[in-house]
Design a binder for this molecule. Sequence first.
Ligand code: AMP
Length: 281
Amino acid sequence: MKIVDNVKEIRNIVKEWKADGLTVGLVPTMGYLHEGHKSLIDRAVAENDRVVVSDFVNPMQFGPKEDLATYPRDLEMDSALCEAAGAHIIFHPEPDEMYHDDFSSFVDMNTLTSGLCGKTRPIHFRGVCTVLAKLFNIVQPDKAYFGQKDAQQLAVVTHMVNDLNFNLEIIGCPIIREKDGLAKSSRNTYLSVEERQAALVLSKSLKNGKALIESGETNAKKVIKSIYDEISAEPLAKIDYVEIVSWPTLEEVDTIDSDILCAIAVYIGKVRLIDNFIIKK
Ligand code: AMP
């Protein structure tokens, strides 16, 4: 496995792969890889001849008050995980390789990005769409892999690829959790022991909300309230949002009678965590 830090080199490698008729899978990440990322890499390795894992903490998707500077980074650990999983390249550019001084073009979206995480993180999805468009152009993958953990991102990127005719398939992958239910996340490392325990309220409240729907409840407001109340009872938790929206169109829903996404964002202390479930009717 090779670590590549510049666009020219990765383009040349991919060109040779394509000339040999090999298929290419891309797994975009911000590094500090865990088993959630690994599940994406495993699937990409199973479905493609060559796999590129991008490992780039994209400054453009962080707001001014967010955790860009402190976001955990460990290229050595990431390399070991990628190598063991059978990936062929880690693409690990410095920010100035991706964004030259005169960079001034962006990809943005009118729909899908205004609600859910887009409310609290207004510039986030412009940064996500822009970096993914760049990665798709650089790596030219046949398939790109995304976790349902970031469900809004999965919906946004699928829509973007369709709108802009990128010649690739987006593959959504299930959420990988710790044994006790907490969704794996690079940001879990920020949690103190006490906060780690409190963070269980996310997955627990979602599990109960999901059970409510499965037992026949179709009133979205009632399900939202039950999740909201359960999280509110945890002293270390502060809710950003609890929402039920249509999947994958992310529109407000009153009655649960077709595919839905139930998504939450909750601060545990200063750490903002997200989790969700999708129900297909
Ligand atoms: P990140 O490094 O947080 O930007 O995540 C890179 C990719 O890994 C995204 O497509 C995420 O949705 C996915 N991912 C992160 N955590 C998990 C998880 N616990 N289960 C499945 N996919 C995940």
